[in-house]
Design a protein around this ligand. Structure first.
Ligand SMILES: Nc1ncnc2c1ncn2[C@@H]1O[C@H](COP(=O)(O)OP(=O)(O)OP(=O)(O)O)[C@@H](O)[C@H]1O
Length: 228
């Protein structure tokens, strides 16, 4: 099997704005392989969120296609898309969408229970991940009882719980202090090496950019590799 977990071919997106079409980006070819951590940077409005949504199959391209483990989003109906997304991808957004009525532990267990795991196993995996992100003392807290940074860490643990092949992250360390940010980066590095998880991370965090395998800048409607 190929090592490519995510691939875009000729990916283009335009939005209709009144009577005119606004091109966000055009003809993006991109590959992410097992065990790689790749960064995307770009100024506000350059299209980073739009690109992540297309790669995740949450929005439709105007042209081109995206494949996850060799399977094209185009080729699937809605339910198979959800299944592929739930199995293969993990997401960390700036707005973490935790379930307010559930504890940190339950939020992280949720994707595992949905995937059919036994509650005792799900609890073990979720507790371990919450410990990895420094929240072993906060398992029973609800999101409203956690700080912004703690909620972000719960969202990161939740995204990793089902052992996805590829994790898409939008500014994962954006509202974390330096120590916690370092813990998250250490966790990403460990998962990248030990489990060959692939990470595509929108970030402007210089420290994170320094150790990532490659970085791209989205600007002038194209994606260009940044060489140092
Ligand atoms: N649903 C939409 N309809 C029309 N235009 C849109 C829509 N969504 C995004 N856009 C436009 O597409 C461009 C890219 O937006 P996007 O949110 O992807 O940028 P971004 O790089 O993630 O920005 P930021 O860093 O500020 O979050 C922007 O000019 C935005 O106004």
């Amino acid at each position: 099997m190929s090592d490519v977990v995510l691939q875009s071919k000729g990916l283009s997106k335009q939005y209709r704005d009144g009577k005119r079409d606004v091109q966000v980006f055009d003809d993006i070819d991109f590959e992410l392989c097992k065990g790689e951590a790749v960064a995307i940077v770009g100024s506000s409005g350059s299209g980073k969120t739009t690109l992540l949504n297309l790669l995740a199959g949450l929005d439709k391209a105007s042209h081109g296609d995206v494949e996850i483990d060799g399977i094209s989003w185009h080729s699937l109906g809605d339910s198979k898309r959800s299944k592929l997304r739930n199995e293969k991808l993990g997401f960390v957004y700036q707005f973490h969408h935790l379930l307010p009525e559930f504890s940190a532990l339950e939020n992280v267990m949720m994707p595992l229970l949905i995937a059919g795991k036994k509650a005792s196993d799900a609890k073990g995996v979720a507790s371990k991940l919450l410990q990895d992100v420094g929240l072993s003392e906060r398992l029973s807290h609800r999101p409203s009882q956690l700080s912004g940074g703690e909620r972000q860490r719960v969202a990161i643990a939740r995204a990793l719980a089902h052992n996805p092949a590829c994790v898409l992250m939008d500014e994962p360390t954006g509202n974390l202090d330096e120590t916690t940010s370092q813990e998250i980066q250490d966790l990403i590095l460990r998962l990248k090496v030990e489990k060959e998880m692939a990470f595509l991370i929108v970030t402007h965090d210089e420290k994170m950019l320094s150790w990532m395998d490659r970085a791209y800048r989205l600007s002038a409607k194209t994606l260009n590799q940044i060489t140092d």
